[in-house]
Ligand binder design. Structure first.
Ligand code: GLU
Length: 424
């Protein structure tokens, strides 16, 4: 059996474990599981840049193209200090399932550069971004692989990628990346779309299990783009957001936080812990937020935060996974046995890539949508997908966590496409 260097990575192992569980539910054979366990292509690149102090700095980056049975690879690129090849492969596999589940005409891909972007100047960040994209330019393209932002990347970085690629191919290749700035064919609504989708799935789950979202208490772990807009829309739809964290700690007010104020404090001081008002309590241990007595928990930061170690203290009745991979498979089972609904990442956070598809499709037709039209489309697609997964779960897979229903639908679609194409 083939053994790849990324196989010891714990995030990769978690992704394969989830795949194996779905495969056993679907009755897939071992050879098919093996075929799905590895990316079609994994590229590693070296990027050297000139620092502002005159020294050369070297960075390693990857692009993992997991599966293209349903269409061009699609998925973000992250800039994080702990990025690894294994994590990138795992994330690309999750994109395959996420895109299939959302019914998008895409396979799954993901990229990463191992860097702490907070330590780079804007000029250094631009040089790194342009050189990374130039290094993977042969692997990407509007019909090949379409990147987008992920952790610590943003529309400005997409603009540099787009420009770099367009220079290489000699035309304005709008469709090569999504979540571009509005001036370059992006949609304003892309910025809110992942958080909006997370809030939407929590809203629908609350309607099913808690009699509605109004008045339900919410804790949001992580206040980047995803957590911020999830909090904003949940509050807008009548939930009470009582706790919010970032890497410096968390704030908690059982009577509810003023989200617009928290956003302002985050933007002005770089951390939510500087928020004051009401009866707010401040703590420097963000992990404690996961254990607060709330109805809905939104983990929107990083992988592996709800584990065997803390799951017994988690009190929420609904968990909407804004981050990719926040719950380990062991914790997922325990939560299921306690009757907690965990809306899996590949369903809950698909709003971003769904909006990416709306952008990409319009770029290729050379026309625009208004924001309201784009959000209405997103709402319709995600509401439909949520109910499809929820209903299948109740009907066919209710002895498993909801994640397995989502996986079963997604893996089945990919396997069918592979069979039709004659790959397996
Ligand atoms: N990085 C986002 C995700 O994990 C979005 C990907 C995209 O828009 O292609 O889903």
């Amino acid at each position: 059996m083939y053994s790849a260097p990324y196989e010891n990575d714990p995030v990769y192992q978690m992704a394969v474990k989830q795949l194996r569980e779905a495969a056993s539910i679907l009755g897939l054979s071992e050879d098919v599981v093996e075929a799905l366990s590895h990316p079609e292509k994994l590229v590693q690149v070296k990027i050297t840049i000139r620092r502002d102090n005159g020294k050369i700095a070297t960075f390693i980056g990857w692009r993992s193209q997991h599966n293209s049975a349903l269409g061009p690879y699609k998925g973000g690129i992250r800039y994080t200090p702990n990025a690894t090849a294994g994590e990138t492969v795992a994330l690309s596999m999750w994109m395959t399932w996420k895109n299939a589940l959302a019914g998008l005409p895409y396979g799954g891909g993901k990229g990463a550069v191992r860097v702490n972007p907070k330590e780079l100047s804007q000029r250094e960040l631009e040089e790194l971004s342009r050189k990374y994209f130039a290094a993977i330019a042969k692997e990407v393209g509007p019909d090949i692989d379409v990147p987008a932002p992920d952790v610590y990347t943003n529309p400005q970085i997409m603009a540099w990628y787009y420009d770099e690629y367009s220079k290489i191919v000699g035309y304005s290749a709008w469709g090569v990346v999504t979540a571009k700035p509005v001036e370059l064919g992006g949609l304003q609504a892309r910025v809110i779309s992942t958080g909006y989708g997370v809030a939407l799935t929590a809203r629908e789950a609350a309607r099913k299990a808690l009699g509605g979202i109004e008045g339900k208490t919410v804790a949001v772990h992580g206040f980047g783009n995803v957590g911020m807009y999830a909090a904003k829309y949940l509050a807008k739809w009548g939930a009470i957001v009582v706790a919010i964290s970032d890497s410096k700690g968390y704030i908690y007010d059982p009577k509810g936080l003023n989200i617009d104020e928290v956003i302002k404090v985050k933007e002005q001081t770089d951390s939510v812990v500087n928020y004051r008002g009401g009866d707010v309590k401040v703590s420097n241990n963000h992990m404690e937020l996961l254990e607060l007595p709330v109805d809905i928990l939104v983990p929107a930061a990083i992988e592996n935060v709800i584990t065997q170690d803390n799951v017994s203290r988690v009190k929420a009745k609904i968990i909407a996974e804004g981050a990719n991979g926040p719950t380990t498979p062991e914790a997922d089972k325990i939560l299921h046995n306690k009757g907690v609904i965990v809306i899996p990442d590949i369903l809950a956070n698909a709003g971003g890539v769904t909006m990416s598809w709306i952008e990409w499709a319009h770029n290729r037709m050379g026309c625009y949508l208004t924001d309201d039209e784009a959000i209405a489309r997103l709402d319709e697609i995600m509401t439909r997908n949520f109910h499809k997964v929820f209903d299948e779960w109740q009907k066919k897979y209710s002895t498993y966590p909801m994640r397995m229903a989502a996986y079963a639908i997604a893996v089945d679609r990919v396997v069918k496409a592979m069979k039709l194409r004659g790959w397996i």
